[in-house]
Design a protein around this ligand. Structure first.
Ligand code: ATP
Ligand code: MG
Length: 334
């Protein structure tokens, strides 16, 4: 296993007390896989990313029973060592809104050359060749290196950021909302390219998105995140075909499907809990149409509901009925 987190907790300090943005999350990413994390805005996805890459703001507290990368305890590595040895070389990031993080007054190629040279002693000419190579991997022509960010489309800028992340052949690239803000066709092409990159370069990708459609197209396995926890984890096929958690069922209802074009979209009423006082029981309990008393009082443990399929719902014995009921609007809006 490449990356393993058990009971990961991250809190931010805020004027209203601590915010538990990640609240006991389990995660594992295997070699050469695309693992998708999907969840609503504010559920803690970017916080997981920042915790993994040591980019949390001062005052934030990170704890975990296990946080290992290639068997090494990540929390035991000093910040300086992390920056020199792990960041970019082992784990690279394509941050949220990456399209907008290029410097507008410098050609794109020069920026990546500079990034390579800031992290290594690579001579300029070699760095330039490397960027041409990286551009080729992400499907950008080498001539584009001399162009400025405003001459790139959003999709091209995102590819350039992926090229930068690939520079030191990391084993893991974390992509935070790589398709957000791109129009649907550009999104499609980018996702195709991401799959291709994974074929060409031996690499795992942790892909973070609020869009379950992006996951469906790209990920091998999925973790569904809610209120700082991973509430369901399985292969992409099982998450869609054999959903075991009411939140996952609700999430699927709310997004258009290319398989059932005429299906009515059903939104999930309510909003996630306030994480300055995380709920005692199931985080989704207050919104769940299937919740019983125990759900609200006791935190549901992760249960192995199938082969490599984990769901934190105590009612999975009734999953057949819940799946049928979840398709009806009245179940959610009554
Ligand atoms: N620096 C911070 N200080 C205090 N609270 C924070 C800070 N950063 C994030 N939060 C809170 O932590 C929670 C998780 O935020 P996070 O950005 O991780 O969510 P997200 O799932 O990435 O959302 P989005 O889909 O909008 O990107 C939110 O409630 C957010 O308000
Ligand atoms: Mg985010």
């Amino acid at each position: 296993m490449l990356l393993e987190a058990r009971n990961l907790r991250v809190s931010y300090r805020s004027s209203n007390g601590d915010v538990r943005a990640v609240d006991g999350l389990d995660l594992d990413v295997d070699e050469s896989e695309i693992f998708g994390i999907v969840g609503e805005s504010g559920c803690g996805k970017s916080t997981v990313v920042k915790a993994l890459l040591r980019l949390l703001p001062p005052g934030a507290v990170i704890e975990a029973d296990i946080l290992r990368f290639k068997g090494r305890d990540l929390l035991g590595i000093s910040p300086a060592h992390f920056r020199q040895q792990i960041l970019m070389r082992e784990i690279a990031l394509v941050p949220q809104s990456a399209q907008n993080s290029l410097n507008p007054v410098q050609p794109v190629g020069a920026q990546i050359i500079e990034a390579i040279r800031a992290h290594s002693t690579t001579p300029k000419a070699r760095a330039r060749d490397r960027v041409a190579e990286l551009f080729d991997i992400v499907g950008l022509q080498a001539e584009l290196m001399a162009r400025y960010p405003h001459q790139f489309s959003g999709g091209m800028r995102q590819r350039a950021m992926i090229a930068m992340a690939l520079a030191f052949e990391p084993s893991l690239i974390v992509m935070d909302e790589p398709t957000t803000g791109l129009d649907v066709l550009v999104q499609e092409r980018l996702l195709g390219r991401i799959r291709e990159i994974r074929q060409r370069v031996s690499l795992s990708i942790l892909l973070i998105t609020h869009d379950i459609g992006v996951i469906a197209e790209t990920a091998d396995r999925v973790g569904v995140m809610y209120a700082g926890r991973m509430i369901e984890r399985a292969s992409t096929i099982d998450i869609f075909g054999e959903s075991q958690h009411p939140y996952t069922l609700g999430l699927k209802n709310a997004f258009p499907s290319i398989i059932e074009l005429d299906r009515e979209l059903i939104s999930m009423p309510g909003s996630p809990p306030d994480m300055s006082s995380p709920p005692q029981g199931c985080a989704f309990g207050a919104r769940c149409p299937f919740a019983i008393d125990t759900c609200l009082s006791k935190r549901p443990p992760p249960i192995e509901v199938g082969k490599n399929h984990i769901s934190s719902c105590i009612r999975t014995a009734n999953i057949g009925q819940m799946r049928d009921a979840a398709k009806r609007k009245a179940t959610w809006h009554s």
